[in-house]
Design a protein around this ligand. Structure first.
Ligand code: IDP
Ligand code: MG
Length: 139
């Protein structure tokens, strides 16, 4: 089990002014920031990042949304990082997310759902390396 996860604060949460509140939630839950950048994904980059979803009906909409404005990408460290972070963000659909979770508090809808969280140790590493060079991570 790895102690790293990868996250993005998505364009809806950035547009709605929630970067600071979301980072505070991550801090309060005990996650340490190992890497972080404010960036804007091109449609090609967003498409590559979400390639695993390319057969799903919402893929086009997802790529368009994720390239619609700036995001914050970050690598986070904590014991049991992947599972604990998924708990902190809540269900994909904010209508089903537990009270107090980041998606319950800040998401717009099932597509524009404020934050990404890696779903496995393997994907956390793949996603961290997609966004950051080794020299941009500080353990
Ligand atoms: P997750 O982000 O909770 O892991 P996934 O099923 O991996 O959820 O889906 C990836 C992303 O695709 C979601 O976070 C959301 O932005 C978008 N998405 C998922 N389901 C739908 C949908 O039914 N309609 C539109 N967008 C969706
Ligand atoms: Mg997922």
């Amino acid at each position: 089990m790895s102690n790293l996860t990868f996250t993005m604060i998505k364009p809806d949460a950035v547009r709605n002014g929630h970067i600071g509140a979301i980072l505070a939630k991550m801090n309060e839950a005990g996650f340490k920031i190992v890497a972080m950048k404010y960036t804007h994904l091109s449609p090609a980059k967003a498409g590559e990042f979400y390639e695993v979803h390319k057969e799903r009906p919402f893929y086009g909409e997802l790529v368009e949304f994720m390239s619609s404005g700036p995001i914050v990408a970050a690598v986070l460290q904590k014991e049991n990082a992947v599972a604990d972070f998924r708990t902190l963000i809540g269900a994909t659909n904010p209508a089903e997310a537990a009270p107090g979770t980041i998606r319950a508090l800040y998401a717009t809808n099932v597509g524009e759902n404020a934050v990404h969280g890696a779903d496995s140790d393997e994907n956390a590493l793949r996603e961290a390396n997609f966004h950051f060079a080794g020299t941009e991570m500080f353990f």
